[in-house]
Design a protein around this ligand. Structure first.
Ligand SMILES: [Zn+2]
Length: 368
């Protein structure tokens, strides 16, 4: 995708003829910006080691679609992967529960694959790990909360004991083959999300992962914009960044605004409240719990994945749930409706989810 070939051309010799001189004056003025940009790029390239190989950046999913995020970075004999997410089936994929990236290319080049670096713990970035790790046995690198969620997934399928998982934090570097990967703190709807500055033999690629610029995040510091600025000054070979709704003008509200929305809905409500979200949306779940506590509701959680994630996030300090707030599902029939909130998986209408079964009352035990 990029090479170090110097395309700078020699400036053409000037003519002494007056008419050509005048005509070229205006042209030179408009070119001056381009020339200085070229000089700058050439001087940046001069500082880099001379390499002739190309860096390949291959998206195996996540481009032009929601979910299934997985990107290959390949340089000579080294390959690293960024993220390993699942996608949801289209309406015409009957009988399909989960869509995962096609990893044929990785299996064919398995001797080059050095590891998978994960940006954050959302399903569309980690959901394919249990399916793929049994086919390509490579180490996984992520932050504490991300790894805790990955470990729960692997444990469910008895894959944890055979998988190497390394926990890093924002600011750390990971060395994999010819790549040096620096983790950079970003804001997102889940804590412990990172962007990556991937140093390759021909320059630095910045891969932002999912992020937002949140001046009042729920459970962490603001995004490390200073580090992005420093990288920009040093020179970046490529920036890989996308954002849902990027076409819309303006900016995304702070995650805290979502909490304000919950509070408005909870205020004055006399009925039972059921809220659905992704199990891995830790900061959202925290805000639902906050609203429930504020309006004196007990919280019951349905869906094993959500129960597990709340437990792991609480143990690691990424969530705080006041004692006595959570109740078991088998206790909820004793709690008045206006004192209860149920948090459920199934926000995408998955047919196996608790919300779906609640909606269609498929068994007497689903009659919460
Ligand atoms: Zn995400």
């Amino acid at each position: 995708m990029a090479n170090t070939k110097n395309n700078n051309k020699k400036p053409k010799e000037r003519t002494n003829k007056e008419n050509k001189k005048n005509a070229s004056k205006a042209l030179n003025r408009s070119r001056s910006g381009i020339v200085s940009a070229k000089k700058k790029a050439a001087s940046t390239r001069k500082n880099m080691p001379k390499k002739t190989s190309k860096l390949k950046i291959i998206p195996l999913g996540g481009l032009g679609e929601i979910g299934k995020n997985m990107t290959v970075f390949e340089y000579e004999n080294d390959i690293i992967l960024v993220d390993c997410g699942m996608g949801f089936p289209d309406v015409d994929m009957y009988g399909i529960d989960v869509v995962i990236p096609d990893i044929t290319y990785l299996k064919e080049n398995i001797s080059k694959v050095r590891g998978i670096v994960i940006t954050h713990g959302h399903e569309d970035h980690i959901g394919a790990i249990p399916y793929i790790i049994s086919e390509i046995d490579v180490p996984i690198y992520g932050t504490a909360l991300t790894n805790a969620i990955i470990e729960l997934k692997l444990e469910e399928r008895d894959l944890l004991k055979n998988t190497q998982i390394f926990t890093k934090k924002a600011g750390d570097h990971i060395h994999l083959g010819c790549f040096d990967i620096e983790l950079i703190h970003v804001n997102h709807s889940i804590s412990d999300a990172v962007a990556l500055a991937i140093s390759t033999p021909i320059g630095v690629v910045v891969h932002t992962g999912d992020f937002k610029i949140d001046v009042s995040p729920i459970n962490s510091e603001m995004i490390d914009l200073t580090r992005f600025g420093e990288l920009g000054k040093q020179g970046v070979l490529a920036l890989l960044s996308d954002s849902t709704n990027v076409e819309k003008a303006g900016h995304t509200d702070s995650e805290r605004k979502v909490g304000d929305g919950f509070e408005k809905l909870f205020y004055g409500c006399t009925k039972r409240i059921i809220v659905t979200t992704f199990a891995s949306n830790v900061d959202r779940i925290q805000q639902i719990i906050n609203a429930a506590v504020k309006y004196k509701r007990k919280v019951a959680v349905t869906g094993r994945s959500m129960e597990n994630i709340i437990k792991a996030a609480t143990e690691l300090g990424y969530m705080s749930v006041p004692a006595g707030t959570l109740v078991e599902l088998n206790q909820i029939s004793n709690i008045p409706s206006h004192r209860l909130c149920i948090i459920s998986t199934g926000s995408q209408g998955e047919s196996m989810s608790a919300l779906y079964r609640m909606a269609f009352l498929q068994s007497p035990s689903d009659r919460y």
